[in-house]
Design a protein around this ligand. Structure first.
Ligand code: DSN
Length: 410
């Protein structure tokens, strides 16, 4: 038995349960992935015990020589991977990375122009219930009602009207390419700074399969655990001009000691992302998302904006007469994990929704390809249709587990 199993059987059982869930289910949460054993080993390493407030070579604690090595490796690899002038690998999360940027570049009351959460934006970009919605003057842009794509003319019009200090490009439920160069033109036109939150597409950017925000944005934030396939955490990339302000906004501004086990795990994931095989993986993520979106449309769903250019797509369930909430529950019973999601101009509440968000990073990490994801799409449509049929959902759960057994977790 493991040390955890002996010391704390209850937590051990929860961890075992989670391992079995990940092993036996098809996970289609667009913001999740499954990390390598090497990343897990670093994340579970002795570095969790070390305090290291400060930055490499400038710490407030003794004994930092080895954590310094790990942090420098993470910084160097991130700079190389993204071609960034300066990198901070310490943010505990994407929201924390964003907070550091706001504290570095803005004063309370300054204006931010960002994507509407109801059209695919992110909570920490100015939602009224988030601190950003209380501290800053928030203006929104959304997707065009006909194309369901970001409308750069609307972005330019909103920027001219609201004169923000910061424009944010980046989303958590948007399946189309984002024109970062166009955003920079709009920002320059009104004297604003541009921040890109590339959390969802960072792995695709690293693989050069998505437009690169780094040349255009003053600051780029990301998480490390989505398409980038690292441990949970955040990262900030910026031009040298903003490096000091960003570093001191993060520490001592909003964080204390960095989580050095996760910084070490970020270094490992960044090394993996520099390997040629990472590009093949990201190409599979894209091909799987496109193929799955097409199969869902064949199954009677409406795919928002008609398809996808990245790792995710949104499904409008109204043609099937089911809410996102009920579809999520039925699919959960069949061993398929998705999340309900608002679609643009959704008439339903965020706790109910008319849509699902479906992403392919995890299934692609397991090695599933287009035949498998098309099969999963067919199962999803069938499970939604037969959502009241508990015996069918139970049988499907066994078929899903059999598919998963052919594609073991790392
Ligand atoms: N909550 C994340 C997502 O699911 O997209 C974003 O932070």
């Amino acid at each position: 038995m493991s040390a955890l199993g002996e010391a704390d059987p209850e937590v051990y059982a929860a961890v075992q349960g989670e391992e079995a869930r990940q092993r036996d289910q098809v996970i289609l949460i667009a913001s999740e992935n499954t990390v390598s054993r090497a990343v897990r080993e670093a994340a579970g390493s002795v570095m969790t015990s070390k305090y290291a407030e400060g930055y490499p070579g400038r710490r407030y604690y003794g004994g930092c020589q080895f954590v310094d090595e790990a942090e420098r490796l993470a910084q160097d690899r991130a700079r190389r991977l993204f071609g960034a002038e300066h990198v901070n690998v310490q943010p505990h999360s994407g929201a924390t990375a964003n907070t550091a940027v706001y504290f570095a570049l803005l004063e309370p009351g300054d204006g931010i122009l960002s994507m509407d959460l109801n059209h695919g934006g992110h909570l920490s970009h100015g939602h009224p219930k988030n601190y950003t919605g209380r501290f800053y003057r928030i203006a929104r842009y959304g997707v065009h009602p006909d194309t369901e794509r970001i409308d750069m003319e609307e972005v330019a019009r909103a920027a001219a009207e609201h004169r923000p200090r910061l424009i944010i490009a980046g989303a958590s439920a948007y399946s189309r390419l984002i024109d970062f160069e166009g955003f920079r033109r709009v920002a320059d036109g009104v004297g604003a700074l541009l921040m890109v939150d590339m959390a969802h597409v960072a792995g695709l950017v690293a693989a050069r399969l998505h437009p690169d925000p780094v040349p255009w944005a003053h600051v780029v934030t990301t998480t490390t655990h989505k398409t980038l396939r690292g441990p949970r955490g955040g990262m900030i990339l910026c031009k040298e001009d903003h490096a000091r302000a960003i570093d001191s906004a993060l520490f001592p501004g909003i964080q204390g000691g960095p989580l050095m086990h996760l910084v070490a795990a970020k270094a490992v994931a960044l090394k993996e992302a520099l390997a040629p095989s990472f590009r093949d993986y990201q190409a599979r993520v894209l091909a799987n998302a496109r193929s799955m979106a097409a199969a869902m449309a064949e199954g009677g769903c409406r795919v928002v904006s008609g398809g996808t250019d990245n790792h995710l797509f949104l499904v409008d369930l109204r043609p099937l007469g089911v809410t996102g909430k009920d579809a999520e529950a039925a699919l959960g019973a069949a061993g398929i994990t998705v999340n309900k999601n608002l679609i643009p101009n959704d008439p339903a509440k965020p706790t109910v929704t008319s849509g699902l968000r479906i992403g392919t990073p995890t299934v692609s990490s397991r090695g599933m390809g287009e035949p498998e994801v098309r099969q999963v799409a067919a199962w999803i449509c069938e499970a939604i249709r037969r959502r009241e049929d508990a015996a069918f959902l139970e049988g499907l759960r066994r078929e899903v587990a059999a598919l998963c057994a052919r594609f073991p977790l790392p």
